[in-house]
Design a protein around this ligand. Structure first.
Ligand code: HEM
Length: 641
């Protein structure tokens, strides 16, 4: 006979075992019955991990392109414990799925990961259904064209501040020393209260694809002198002329400052802190708090995987003391900002007109829109708090990644860079340009082509995931063959089936973009019929997750903000500075929600983009000859990774 004490222990254990068994069996049965089982796709090398390990590095190995060549535009790969997941680059299928955000929501484990990465459970990036519809409607005025245009002077100020810092670096640094600011996101023992250190680039992303990663850059390098590997190139190599600058680290600071001020009127002063003498100790407390939350969310743990299979385990998640303290800091500062803005909006009659909202941060416009007597137009305080975190999470590293990859593309394609500089130098701006004057920058045609092309070939977010909320038949542009070779005109999905939309692969699809789809060639946007949104979406580019909206728009609400920011930074930087890259440097992509660069031979250095910077002269004459070289095929565009 069992004693009652033994029963007290055994019963809960048996209940847990039954729950685990039941959940596991239900999952296996659901997977076995999925119609996705009938589609073609690569073999699964591991029962537990499926194809996930090989997918981890796919941006550098061209895995998706090989799969597409072998199995066509619609096929399945395998996720955890053998689950078949749909992967499609078919434009009709992609537009159908992305344009129906409420029929194909984000899977719970993605939402949970995004929420823990600081966006919060009630932020726009994470909420679904009616909550999403209401929030999107309230937030939209803040992101509308006229308001985004009015924020241009804030962006311009930061762009010129960074340009001046880089011009100082060019004047003062030796060609062999890497100029990098102290890492704003470095977790120091004294800050976190733990002895955790950020892992180096090579290990930072673990072996998983992106869902459990975060937006934070990973920099494990010592803050002091650069390691010998970067201090001096081997003698036989000839470095490109100019100061060596880690543009990624500086741009991360600049875009943090931009989103702080334009997003919610908060001065991170992160660029200024980089130039102080405290080695980063004067870093803003909100920036530090954010770093703690990001880096905690990014860490891979077995528990995270178990929480995907057994959602109930998410309830038992425990935060570290450092994380709790960081969240308390974020809440305190966020609540203060909200209270201050609300008071201003209520007290100041000026805010009554839309014109008076010009130049006001996104938070102010959001608060004004939600001060309605109609409850369906209101945001709760916690929802507002989550939007602040969401703007930071969604709008900061995406923009710095986009700018970094654009400068890299231009460094690899000097003809395009010269042509762009000639266009930028042909436009004179007053010393403190108004938003109207800055509109002329935004309208420059070659700048527009460069930005579109860079965002096409270097999408900061390379893929996204959706789950079928109900059984569905997704139409396709062209019939595809299933595993038995039978042609199919629809992709059949069962409720719960997971879909991966490879945004970057769609952007580089040879079917849509031609044989040179992998080449950075801004001219393609100036050719007849290329621009226009005839192709739908953002000129056929999926970088902002755009779909033809039918039920639920989950595309990037901040895309106008991002495009303006990228253009204004490029204007300020490329006009006065020339960018090159040492010829032996091989750059790789590390996908950790956002795609960041690593130097292949320096994995220990973490994410970085070491470019050579020197002061630019007038390049109008050079651009003419480069254009001729490009047109006669004498100059190659950048063949992308
Ligand atoms: C180059 C820069 C950017 C890129 C490449 C980018 C990309 C994306 C993508 C692909 C999505 C869709 C994600 C999905 O459905 O899984 C998204 C959503 C979102 N983005 Fe951006 N983004 C950028 C900049 C920004 C900025 C500057 C902000 C805000 C200031 C922002 C705010 C958001 C928000 C709030 C969402 C969620 C929208 C919704 O679900 O309704 N993004 N972004």
């Amino acid at each position: 006979m069992f004693s009652s004490a033994a029963l007290l222990v055994a019963l809960p254990l048996a209940a847990v075992a039954l729950y685990v068994l039941w959940t596991f069996l239900a999952l296996l049965v659901r997977q076995a019955r999925s119609p996705l089982r009938r589609l073609r796709g690569p073999p699964s090398p591991s029962f537990f991990m499926g194809n996930l390990r090989e997918m981890h590095d796919q941006e550098n190995t061209g895995l998706f392109a090989r799969w597409e060549a072998a199995y066509g535009s619609t096929f399945v790969y395998h996720g955890f414990i053998g689950g078949a997941r749909l992967l499609t680059t078919d434009p009709v299928a992609v537009a159908h799925i992305l344009g129906r955000g409420y029929e194909f929501p984000k899977p719970d484990f993605i939402r949970d990961a995004l929420a823990s990465m600081a966006a919060g459970h009630e932020g726009l990036l994470v909420v679904e259904g009616e909550d999403h519809r209401r929030q999107r409607k309230i937030l939209s005025p803040a992101f509308a064209t006229p308001h985004i245009k009015s924020l241009s002077p804030i962006i311009w100020e930061k762009a010129t501040q960074l340009r001046d810092i880089w011009l100082d670096v060019i004047n003062s640094s030796s060609s062999s020393t890497l100029s990098t600011p102290p890492d704003p996101f470095a977790l120091e023992t004294s800050t976190s209260g733990t002895d955790e250190k950020l892992p180096p680039c090579a290990r930072a992303t673990g072996f998983l694809p992106n869902p459990f990663a975060s937006f934070v850059s990973s920099k494990a390098r010592p803050r002091a002198a650069p390691t010998p590997a970067t201090a001096a190139p081997p003698e036989e190599r000839t470095a490109s002329p100019g100061a060596k600058v880690d543009v990624l680290a500086w741009l991360a600071r600049a875009t943090l400052d931009v989103i702080g001020e334009a997003g919610f009127g908060y001065a991170f002063n992160s660029l200024s802190a980089a130039s102080d003498t405290t080695g980063g100790k004067g870093e803003d407390e909100l920036a530090r708090a954010f770093a703690v939350i990001f880096s905690t969310a990014r860490k891979f743990r077995v528990a995270t995987i178990l929480q995907v299979w057994f959602p109930v385990l998410r309830r038992f998640r425990r935060n570290s003391a450092a994380e709790d303290s960081a969240r308390a800091t974020m809440n305190r500062i966020g609540l203060d900002l909200i209270a201050e803005r609300r008071r201003e909006v209520l007290e100041d009659k000026m805010y009554a007109s839309q014109e008076a909202m010009d130049g006001r941060d996104l938070l102010t416009v959001m608060i004004k829109s939600s001060l309605s007597s109609d409850p369906s137009q209101q945001l709760s305080t916690n929802e507002m708090l989550c939007q602040i975190a969401t703007f930071l999470a969604a709008g900061h590293e995406t923009s710095s990644s986009a700018l970094t990859w654009t400068l890299y593309a231009l460094a690899r394609a000097p003809a395009s860079q010269h042509k762009l500089r000639a266009e930028l130098q042909s436009l004179a701006l007053p010393p403190e340009p108004s938003s109207d004057a800055l509109q002329r920058v935004l309208a420059l045609p070659y700048l527009d082509a460069v930005v579109r092309e860079a965002l096409r070939v270097h999408a900061p977010v390379t893929s996204t995931m959706r789950v079928a909320a109900a059984d569905a038949a997704v139409p396709v542009a062209a019939p595809f063959r299933d595993a038995r070779g039978r042609p199919q005109r629809h992709i059949r999905l069962h409720r719960g089936d997971i879909v991966t939309v490879p945004l970057q692969a769609v952007n580089k699809s040879a079917g849509a973009w031609g044989a040179d789809a992998g080449v950075f060639r801004p001219e393609r946007w100036l050719e007849d019929g290329a621009r226009g949104d005839a192709k739908g979406l953002w000129g056929g580019v999926m970088t902002f997750g755009t779909g033809v909206v039918v039920s639920g728009n989950r595309s990037c609400i901040g895309y106008r903000f991002a495009v303006n920011e990228i253009k204004l930074f490029l204007f300020a930087l490329v006009r006065d500075i020339e960018f090159a890259i040492d010829p032996w440097i091989e750059v790789e992509k590390r996908v950790n929600v956002v795609t960041r660069p690593c130097v292949k031979s320096e994995p220990h250095m973490g994410n970085q983009m070491p470019l050579r910077l020197r002061r630019a002269g007038s390049s109008i004459g050079e651009a003419m000859s480069d254009t001729i070289a490009t047109e006669t095929g004498g100059m190659q565009g950048e063949r992308t990774l």
